[in-house]
Design a protein around this ligand. Structure first.
Ligand SMILES: [Zn+2]
Length: 131
């Protein structure tokens, strides 16, 4: 079943095909990034001229409305809305730190973590979403 990822601000679908397209800001530099819709798959595509270092925090932004999608639960995470036909919407949260593998899918009060660094955030995300 196709998953659609939406901007939390303007609700635009950010994966018109398969990959999720986001604007990424590192210092004053801007780039476009394509991310996998599979939680726990951290391979992403970007322009080779857009260089960022492991361990640096970037800001993910919606390419449609240009708003930051930084999470309200934790400043180190970004968030998107995930919709599937026949399901209620869930929230996807993922790390803003390059090279840090932490993703959460929040479905109501159920929080599922992916990636080897998700333990660093799990308690925080669970507290915020009240499970
Ligand atoms: Zn938007």
């Amino acid at each position: 079943m196709k998953k659609r990822f939406h901007c939390p601000n303007c609700k635009t679908v950010l994966n018109p095909n398969v990959k999720i397209v986001l604007t990424v800001k590192h210092g004053k530099k801007l780039g476009m990034i394509l991310m996998s819709p599979q939680p726990g798959n951290y391979r992403c595509l970007k322009d080779d001229n857009f260089v960022y270092e492991e361990g640096k925090m970037v800001t993910f932004m919606c390419p449609a409305c240009n708003e930051s999608i930084t999470s309200k639960s934790n400043n180190r995470l970004a968030h998107l809305i995930m919709s599937r036909e026949g399901h209620r919407d869930s929230t996807v949260e993922f790390s803003r730190i390059i090279g840090e593998h932490a993703t959460f899918i929040i479905d109501g009060k159920d929080v599922t973590g992916y990636g080897e660094d998700s333990d660093n955030y799990e308690a925080n995300v669970r507290n915020f979403f009240g499970s």
